[in-house]
Design a protein around this ligand. Sequence first.
Ligand code: UFG
Length: 333
Amino acid sequence: MAILLPGGAGYIGSHTAVELLKEGKEIIIIDNFSNSKPEVLKKIKQITGKDFKFYEIDYSNKEELEKVFKENKIEAVLNFAGYKAVGESVQKPIEYYTNNISGCLVLLDTMRKYGCKKFIFSSSATVYGDPEIIPLTEECKTGGVTNPYGATKLYIEQILKDTYTSDNTWDICILRYFNPVGAHESGLIGEEPQGIPNNLMPYIVRVASGKLKELSVFGNDYNTPDGTGVRDYIHVVDLAKGHVLALEKLDKEENGIYIYNLGTGIGYSVLDMVKSFEKATGKNVPYKIAPRRAGDIASCYAEPKKAKEELGWVAKKTLEDMCKDSWNYIEKN
Ligand code: UFG
C-alpha cells in the first residue's frame, strides 16, 4: 500500500517525501514540474537512500491519474499540487481556480472511484483572512481572503467538509500551514521560487547573496512591536513531520475530518527576521522601508495546542535554524 504525493517534487512535498521515506513508508510521487525540477527526485533518494515510483503527469489529467490508481494500491493521498503565489493568483485567477480546485476535484473523484478515501490537504493560515483575534485557533472564523490563491484554499476546505458530510467513510485532515521557510539540513532540497521572490525569506537570501540589492520592508506603521508585519515562520522540516503524524492520526482514529494549525505559536516581525538572519549567517541584509503591500495584514500567528495534543506534534526548530538552513541551501545551489 502506497501513499500518493501529487506535487511531491515541490518545496513542501519533497520535504514530506523525505520524512515519509525515513519512517519506512512506501510513496509514489506525481508531478508535472510546473514549479519544481526533476533533480529533486534524485536528491530525495540521496538523502533517504530509498527509492520510490514517479509519474510525470498533471494531477488534473483524469486519464493519466487513473493509470496511477490502476497500477498501484494507494492507501492515502497528500495533495501538494497547488499553485501558491499570492500575487500571481491575482493576475491569473482562472489558472489558479482551474489547477487548484478542478485539479483537486479530479483527484477526489478518482480516489473515490478506487476506494481510497484517506486525504491530507495542504491548506493555509490565509483562510483566516485578517484575524480578529490572535493567536489563531482552528475555531477562529475563516473567510475574508484577499486573493484567488487564498480563495482556492478556503473553497477546497469547504469541498472537503461537504465531501465528508455526504460520505463519512472519508478520512480527511486539513493542515493549515503558517509561513513555511528553511530547507533540509543537507542543503540538497529547499525552496526555489522562479523569478523575483514574493516571500520574505527567499527575498532575504537573495539580498544576502548579492543577487538583489536590498529588501523592501513593506510598511513599518503596523500595530506591532516594531511596526513591521508579524508572522509565524515555521521550518519546512517541522511542517513535513506534521504530515507524517497527521497520517498516523488518520490511521489510528475513527474516520472524520480533522483540522490543525501547523505553526510555532511565535510571531516574529520582518525586522526580527532580518536581524536573526544576519546573526545566524554573518551576512548583511540591507533594507529600506517601503509602503505597505496590498492585501497584507499586521499580525498572524498560530495557537498550535490542538496539533500538540492530538497529533503529538510540536515545531522544534528555531528561527536561527530556519535562517541557517535557508542560507545553506542557497550556498550549496
Ligand atoms: N515582506 C516584506 N518584504 C518582502 C516580502 C515580504 O516586508 O519583500 C513582509 C510582508 O509584508 C509580511 C512578511 O514579510 O509582513 C511575510 O510576507 P510573505 O510574503 O513571506 O508571507 P505572507 O504572510 O504574506 O504569506 C504567506 C504565504 C501565503 C500564505 C500565508 C499564510 O506566502 O501563501 O503566508 O499566512 F497564505
